[in-house]
Each structure stands twice: as C-alpha cells, then as structure tokens.
Design a protein around this ligand. Structure first.
Ligand code: PBG
Length: 326
C-alpha cells in the first residue's frame, strides 16, 4: 500500500486552522430585530427560543445587546399598531420601523438594514395589494405593478428615517428597479439595495409568521415566491435584480437552498447573502430542548456550511449566540 498522500497530516491541532478554507466572524452576521408597536414590554417569541419582540422604547437597548456580541448589523422588522388593505403603516413617516430606525441610527453604531415588504402591514397578510373582494376570490393574485409604488414609498420612508440599506422581500417583479429609481429621485443614491433575489415559497418561514404577525389570512404566496423545485429559474430571477441595480443578492431560505447560494456565487459578481430563516433556527432549538442536538455546535456548523456554499453574509437569529463564542 503506497500512501504518499495522507490528508490526515493537516488535520492535527496547530495546522488545522492554518489550512482551514472557511471562517466565521461576527462581522459576517446580520441579526434580525423585531420592534412591536403594540407591545409595552418585551415578549418572547415562543417558536423561536431566545428571540423576542421589543417595544419601541427598548429598540435601542435591544440593538446595543446585539452590538455587545460583536455583530455590527441589524435587520429591523416592524409590527405596526394597525393594519389595513394597503399596508399604509409600512410607508408612514411615523411608522414603527421608521421610528425605530431613527432612534437606532442616531443612538447606536449599528449598521441598519430594513426589510421592505407589506405583509406585516396589510390586513390580509399578503406582500402587496390584492383586489378588494379577494377574500371571496379563490384565484386571488397580488397586484404586481400596483404594489411597486407602495414598496418604493416604503423604501424611501426607511431611507428618510436613516436606514443604511434596504432589503425588499416581497418577490414583486420589478421591485429593485422601482426602489432604486425612487431612492435616487429622493437623493438616496448611496443607500444600497440588498434584494431577496431568490426567495422561495418555503414552509420554513412558519415561526417568523408568528413572530411578525405576517401570515396570509387566505391563500398562499406561491404565485409570487419561487417554487422550491426550481434551480435554473433562480438564475433568471437574480439576473433581473442585477440588471435593476441590486447591490447584494440574497437567497432565502439558506440551508435547504445551498445549491442556489453556490450558483449565485458562481454566476454573479456581487456580494451574496443568505437568510438562515426562522424554521432553520426553530428546528435546532427544538432538538436541543429534547437533548438530541447541541444547538451551539449545530448552529455554528450550519453557518459555516452557508459560508462554504458561497455566502458573504448571513442574516441569522443565531448571530448573537454564535458571535459570542467566536
Ligand atoms: C417578509 C419576510 C418574511 C421573512 C422575512 N421577510 C416572511 C415571508 O415571506 O413569509 C421570513 C423570515 C424567516 O422565516 O425567518 N416578506
């Protein structure tokens, strides 16, 4: 037996780290933060152990906790005081995300990214405008082009409040172009867009819909979010966002879609983000609570795999816990 090449030589302590191909750093992570205009105290999110919704008055303190772990960026989500058909609180100057953004950007050093979508703000829970009698209409669709204007208004209102980056997540055709044009017209040429470019219609968003109250009241999102069966289509979706001016390309969810992360890394010369979603977080915690998995170790391994697949940055609920161990 001639074993000249023995990979095990490089797996010993001392050399293993020298040859490691992928590393995790707190600066790779974006921590989601939920700000709830209906709450007067912090409320744990049951299906996402360790995560909570915080009232506006605690937003700064919550972000300071994130920063203390070494994580430098947050993604703000809002739960508004009221909802309506057209999601008007999504683009109100005194809306919950706008107010939280104002406070967090003026009082902390965090880099603030805002989620731009209507589903937390519409009474029907869809990510855009639907027909008025849609509840009775079994073939409802979210109106694509009518939604664009509202998304653009939302993004501009976030930038006016001080958002450093906006992240549209509604899978509306043309959303990146519409938002880019509106931001530029309003003077925000330097605010980048992180597009949820390949966002799938995923069952892994379940816990988030509890967290942010954004479950559709009827129907589902399969006529606008991507079919989990499709890989090549993701490249078309992403190419459209690049043409429209997306600065960072996001794939969502992360773990069940690492092939997509890898494709985007390979085919597009833009930073790649992956969203390690609520269900990916909840399942490790659920197994951890049973004593079946080590949450910290599996979380770290998950995040490493997402980077190894090609992500430059990861939006993850594990941000603080993993950063604190690095
Ligand atoms: C809003 C939005 C969703 C998530 C992020 N932004 C919900 C959805 O599309 O249903 C999901 C995040 C998660 O599951 O962690 N459109």
């Amino acid at each position: 037996m001639d074993l000249t090449d023995r990979p095990r030589r490089l797996r010993r302590d001392g050399v293993r780290d020298l040859v490691s191909e992928t590393t995790l750093s707190p600066s790779d992570f974006v921590a989601p933060v939920f700000v709830d205009a209906t709450a007067d105290e912090r409320r744990p999110i049951e299906s996402m152990p360790g995560q909570e919704r915080v009232p506006l008055d605690d937003a700064v303190e919550r972000v300071e906790e994130v920063l203390a772990t070494g994580v430098e960026a947050v993604m703000l989500f809002g739960i508004p005081e009221s909802k309506d058909e057209r999601g008007t609180r999504a683009y109100a100057a005194d809306g919950v995300v706008q107010e939280a953004t104002r406070r967090v950007t003026s009082e902390t050093d965090a880099y603030v990214v805002t989620d731009v979508c209507l589903c937390e703000y519409t009474s029907h829970g869809h990510c855009g405008v639907v027909e008025h009698d849609a509840a009775e209409n079994p073939t409802l669709t979210v109106e694509n082009d009518e939604t664009l204007e509202l998304l653009a208004k939302t993004a501009v209102s976030h930038a006016e409040a001080g958002a450093e980056m906006v992240a549209p997540s509604s899978m509306t055709d043309g959303m990146v172009g519409a938002i880019r044009e509106a931001l530029d017209d309003a003077g925000f040429v330097d605010v980048p867009i992180m597009s949820y470019a390949a966002k799938y219609e995923s069952a892994f968003y379940g816990p988030f819909r509890d967290a942010a109250d954004g479950a559709p009241a009827f129907g589902d999102r399969r006529h606008y979010q991507m079919d989990p069966a499709n890989r090549r289509e993701a490249s078309r979706e992403v190419a459209l966002d690049v043409e429209q001016g997306a600065d960072v390309l996001m794939v969502k969810p992360a773990l069940p879609y690492l092939d997509i992360v890898s494709d985007v890394r390979e085919h597009f010369d833009r930073p790649v983000a992956a969203y390690n979603v609520s269900g990916e977080y909840a399942m490790l915690h659920a197994a951890g609570e049973q004593g079946w998995l080590d949450v910290e170790a599996t979380a770290r391994e998950s995040l490493l795999s997402i980077k190894r697949a090609g992500a430059d940055l990861i939006v993850t609920y594990f941000a603080e816990d993993v950063a604190a161990t690095l």
